[in-house]
Design a binder for this molecule. Sequence first.
Ligand SMILES: Cc1ncc(COP(=O)(O)O)c(C=O)c1O
Length: 305
Amino acid sequence: MLPMAEHQTTHAAQEDARNEDILIWVNGQLLPKSEAMVSVYDSGFMLGDGVWEGMRLYDGVWAFIDEHLDRLFEAAKAIDLAIGMDRAAVRQAVLDTQAANGMTSDAHARLMVTRGVKVRPFQHPSLSRSGPTVVIIMEHSKPAIARPIRLATVPHQRGLPMTQDPKLNSHSKLNCILACIAAEKAGADEALMLDVHGFVNTTNACNFFIVRKGEVWTSTGDYCMNGITRQKVIDLCREDEIPVFERNYSLVDAYSADEAFLTGTFGAQTPVSEIDGRMIGSGELGPMTARLQGLYKALIRRETA
Ligand SMILES: Cc1ncc(COP(=O)(O)O)c(C=O)c1O
C-alpha cells in the first residue's frame, strides 16, 4: 500500500480559512457553521433517508441550476419525499445563502433534503412526521488536485435499479464508500466500479470516460448517476464533432485507452493516470481531456455571460 501522503481525493480543494465563518442554511435559517445542526433523530442521520445535489458557482452563476433542480425534484419524487418548497423557493434559498456568505465565484453548494426528524428511532418512513430537513452547505472552493487520479477496480458493483437505483443521489452512499475504501486499501485514490455484467461503469463519486484513437467512450448510462457534467461532455463532443459513444466496454479497453478522465460538478474533467497499476497513456493530462476541459470552460463562460 502507498504511504498515506501519496493519497489524494478527487474532491481535493485549496484550503480556504473563510470556510470557518460560513453561514449554513438550515430549514430557512442562516446559522454559523458551529451552530448548524440537525437532530440525532433526523432520517438522514439515522438511515441515510434523503437526497442531495452538488452545484458550483462560477462568476455569479450557479452552473446548470435548472438541471440540478430537475434532478433533485425527480429524486425526491422517486423516494416519495415532499421537499416542502417549490423550485423557486429552493433556488431562492441557494441565492440567499450565497448572498449571506458574500460569494461571487468559486463556491460549491451541497443541497440536502432528508425525510426529517423521526418520532422514534426506527426505519418506517411514517415515523418522520415533522416535515423534511433542508440544509445548504456552501463553501468557498477551488479544486486543487496535485496529480492525475489513480483508480483501482473493486468487488463492489453498480447495482440493478430495483435494489437501490444508482441514479438516485441518495444520502446513503455506503456502497460507494465501501468501494472507495477498497480502492484506497489497494493504493489508489478512487474506485472504478463495474456493472452487474462486468462492464466498466463509473467511479464511486464521479462518471468515467476513456479516449481511444480519437474517440470518447463512456458507459451506456445504465447503473450510474445521470451526471450533469457527463451529459455536458457528451453534448460538447457532439457539437465539436468528436466521436462519442455511450457503450459497453471492458477493462481490456480501459487499460489500453490513450486517456481516461472523470467528470463531476466539483472537478469538471479530472485526468486519470492509472487503473489497477496500468499506466493510462502518458500518465499525464492527455490532449483530448485538455480539449474537453477547454470546451467545458467555454460552455461555462457562455452560461455566465
Ligand atoms: C456517484 C456519482 N457519480 C457521478 C456524479 C457526478 O454527477 P454531476 O456531474 O451531476 O456532478 C456524482 C455527483 O453527485 C455522484 O455522486
